[in-house]
Design a binder for this molecule. Structure first.
Ligand SMILES: Nc1ncnc2c1ncn2[C@@H]1O[C@H](COP(=O)(O)OP(=O)(O)OP(=O)(O)O)[C@@H](O)[C@H]1O
Ligand SMILES: [Mg+2]
Length: 326
């Protein structure tokens, strides 16, 4: 399952992603955690020291390695230079699984020990001004999108991505890559305006979007979110002293997280798990082709000097049957 946390800056995306990752790890589920946010804080939220977090390998710096591994012997993709962030897999491509050793994880993932077990953490690396454009060829989130488009994941294994709700993810199709998107919103007008914008983009793509209210105290906050998000409001999380203690560098054991917040995380997992029943691999593949053709036309063909539409393998459908165990 692929799960994204998006929302306004400062809404609590990183905090809630890290709690959700801890919740999954505590239940023994395999997790790949990916920090694709402008502000790279997921490592710290998972308990890494600043120096450990700073030493994490950046996916953005290893794009060529990632591309060369994923394109494998796919005859339609002749070089890493002509592989853009939306280039879809086809016959001959190498696919990724959540639980396997592979050169991409070797280069870009590091284990992080949590209560209950270790997760793999991957980070895009810090963003610069140049990364924030719409048609960024060397896009850092492009590395994540490529990995998601080559990932064959099953129901009880998780990829959790902490990301922005920025224009980059809409232009590229990144926002359509998830079984569940948790939009973290504070009970404020700005918080819900990001939700509305996201919903508008997502409408035509069958994106499962649920609002997770954060920093909610009292009935008025709850009423506000209910009125604004209606049935899309899944759960709310209040101020957490556990989170505060963690931020002070003294993380208590995860089981000591407030009971209500444990329940919220449990409902989030249930909601995400429920989507797997109607996982549609064909649509997933179709959408990656759609965004690839769009990007090819908008900038990719010109940038690479190649006809990128020819990279599409018309008979290929990504699903569990095409992934040979590594
Ligand atoms: N439920 C909560 N209880 C206590 N503190 C919280 C809670 N949610 C978020 N915070 C605090 O609010 C601040 C912002 O949260 P966080 O960094 O998770 O937001 P973000 O959306 O990832 O921000 P950015 O856009 O900067 O990446 C942090 O200091 C975090 O510890
Ligand atoms: Mg963040």
């Amino acid at each position: 399952m692929k799960i994204a946390f998006v929302g306004k800056g400062g809404s609590g995306k990183t905090t809630l992603s890290s709690l959700f990752i801890r919740h999954l790890a505590a239940a023994g589920a395999p997790v790949v955690a990916i920090d694709a946010d402008i502000n790279q804080h997921l490592g710290a939220a998972l308990g890494l020291e600043e120096s450990e977090a700073a030493a994490l390998p950046a996916m953005g710096d290893r794009l060529t390695l990632i591309k060369n591994y994923l394109r494998g012997s796919n005859p339609r993709i002749t070089s890493a230079e002509t592989m853009i962030k939306t280039t879809p897999p086809g016959e001959g491509s190498r696919l990724l699984r959540v639980c396997e050793p592979n050169p991409v994880y070797d280069a870009c993932a590091r284990p992080v020990e949590l209560d209950g077990g270790a997760v793999r953490l991957m980070v895009t690396g810090p963003f610069t001004d140049a990364d924030l454009g719409v048609a960024c060829y060397h896009s850092k989130t492009g590395a994540v999108e490529l990995c998601l488009n080559h990932l064959v994941d099953g129901p009880d294994e998780y990829v959790v991505v902490d990301m922005t709700a920025g224009s980059d993810s809409f232009a590229s199709g990144m926002f359509t890559r998830f079984d569940m998107t948790f939009l973290v919103a504070e009970p404020t007008r700005k918080g819900v305006s990001v939700y509305r914008q996201y919903k508008e983009y997502a409408r035509d793509f069958g994106v499962e979007l649920k609002v997770v209210g954060n920093k909610v105290h009292g009935e008025e906050d709850l009423d506000f979110l209910r009125a604004e998000a209606g049935d899309d409001l899944l759960v709310t999380v209040g101020h957490s002293d556990w989170v505060r203690a963690m931020e002070k560098g003294r993380p208590p054991r995860f089981e000591l997280l407030e009971e209500a917040n444990h329940r919220a995380l449990h409902r989030m997992r249930e909601a995400a798990d429920a989507t797997y029943e109607h996982r549609d691999w064909e649509r997933y593949t179709r959408q990656m082709v759609h965004f690839h053709l769009k990007n090819a036309q908008a900038w990719g063909n010109e940038r690479t000097g190649a006809d990128l539409a020819a990279q599409v393998d018309p008979s290929f459908v990504l699903d569990e049957s095409v992934a040979a165990p590594a």
